[in-house]
Design a protein around this ligand. Structure first.
Ligand code: ATP
Ligand code: MG
Length: 417
């Protein structure tokens, strides 16, 4: 136990961290271009926030949260997603008084007690975006276009977009009655949880992952075919906007998504490469959420993308992520005088932004050369007593294999950023 990470967690080791840095850099560049600002929030919140902000009929709240009492007796939960915290912060920090829409993004770890599978962990990473204060479908289109831009830049544009509308409380109320009528004779075939959902939130039955529930819900009447006038118009606006930008989509009438507060637009980006459910990213509009969490009624829309799944997709497609460059200069040093000189020179070079290294473990010259090679050094210089005495040394270009004599004073000038 002592030397084993908890189930469902994964170390990101130095040898692969460059992949994360690469996608994170592209993501933040794209978000900045679209005018979205980063927000950083606590890893834990009051449990009540997620009960409200994610919804207590969801799988996340019912089954997956890491909840505990802190030493002050408060019920605390590790964030299972990012939206609830952002909404809490929007309200707490009075962001309603900022020019709207307020456009935010985050890059977080999230925690869910789930069965482990491909692309499914207990600690995972989410990149998410939220936009508050805009009612019309154009912000829905903008949010989706952030993702298509990220996918274009990463070379993952084969990830497919599915969209749907789950209406507003008005059309959903009417639809729920239709749905219940349809499900009533099948009720005893559904899982226990779905039986309780039947009265509390029947729409969630469509999203159940149990095979028997899936079987009995595959031909349910679709909400998107039963929208009120305003929601239908919104959905048309979304489709027209996507067409205008040339973003391909498919209408999937079965998308419900995992949050209780979604209204109108819901969408997913899917790929067969990323595990059982195949969802790389999910999002939607949540016009009721800010109010439900205690703020003034404010429309909102957002998405969250699992970065482990994005990396899985890139790996499956063989997309190459550029590896970081090795060190610029390795100084092999033999003896006390050479070590002292090298130590100082390396410090000077590093201050100029040059990736320089010298031997700090007392290796033999042969072992130092081997090490330099392993570290991918572009250049190597060998310093011993003679070199220090003469003020000259051989500078070897490791890629070309040639070398030339240089004065020790000139090294700092040769390596300039
Ligand atoms: P799924 O259907 O796969 O359970 P979800 O509907 O629970 O996904 P969301 O709550 O919408 O997912 O989270 C958004 C994204 O976060 C998902 O599309 C996925 O990429 C990622 N994600 C969710 N749960 C996990 C997990 N346990 N491990 C890794 N990534 C996850
Ligand atoms: Mg899930």
């Amino acid at each position: 136990m002592l030397t084993q990470a908890p189930k469902g967690t994964k170390d990101i080791l130095p040898g692969e961290v460059y992949k994360w840095q690469y996608i994170e850099k592209i993501i933040s560049e794209v978000c900045n271009t679209f005018g979205y600002k980063e927000i950083r929030l606590p890893v834990f919140e009051h449990t009540e926030l997620f009960q409200r902000g994610v919804g207590d009929t969801t799988d996340i709240v019912q089954k997956e949260m890491y909840t505990f009492l802190d030493k002050g007796g408060r019920s605390i939960s590790l964030r299972p997603e990012g939206t609830a915290g952002v909404v809490r912060s929007y309200i707490e920090n009075g962001m309603a008084s900022l020019p709207q829409p307020v456009k935010l993004y985050y890059n977080i770890t999230a925690y869910r007690y789930e069965k482990m599978a491909k692309g499914r962990y207990r600690e995972f990473h989410q990149f998410g975006v939220e936009a508050f204060g805009s009612t019309g479908p154009s912000i829905d289109v903008e949010i989706i276009s952030i993702l298509s831009t990220v996918f274009n830049k990463l070379g993952t544009n084969e990830i497919k977009l599915n969209i749907n509308s789950i209406g507003c409380p008005k059309c959903r109320g009417e639809y729920n009655e239709k749905l219940k009528e349809y499900l009533n004779p099948k009720l005893h075939h559904l899982c226990e949880l779905c039986m309780t959902r039947y009265n509390r939130n029947p729409l969630r039955i469509i999203d159940c992952k149990e095979e028997k529930c899936k079987e009995h819900t595959k031909d349910v009447p679709a909400l998107v075919d039963n929208l009120c006038g305003e929601c239908a118009e919104h959905f048309e606006g979304l489709k027209a906007g996507l067409q205008n930008l040339g973003i391909a989509y498919n209408v999937d009438k079965n998308i419900v998504r995992g949050l209780d507060y979604y209204t109108k637009t819901v969408f997913e980006f899917v790929s067969e490469n990323v595990g059982t459910q195949g969802t790389v990213c999910g999002g939607g509009r949540y016009d009721g959420l800010v109010e439900a969490c205690g703020g003034v009624a404010t429309p909102g829309i957002g998405f969250a993308m699992g970065l482990e799944r994005l990396l899985l997709e890139m790996e499956s497609r063989g997309i190459h992520i550029p590896e970081p460059k090795g060190i610029d200069l390795f100084i092999a040093n033999i003896g006390e005088k050479a070590f002292k000189f090298a130590q100082k020179l390396v410090y000077e070079l590093r201050n100029k932004g040059i990736a320089a290294e010298n031997d700090v473990v007392g290796r033999s010259l042969k072992a130092q050369m081997k090490y330099a090679d392993k570290m991918g050094a572009d250049y190597v210089i060998v310093l011993g007593d003679d070199e220090i005495l003469n003020g000259k040394a051989m500078l070897k270009n490791m890629k070309k294999g040639d070398q030339k004599e240089v004065s020790l004073e000139s090294i700092s000038q040769i390596f300039n950023k």
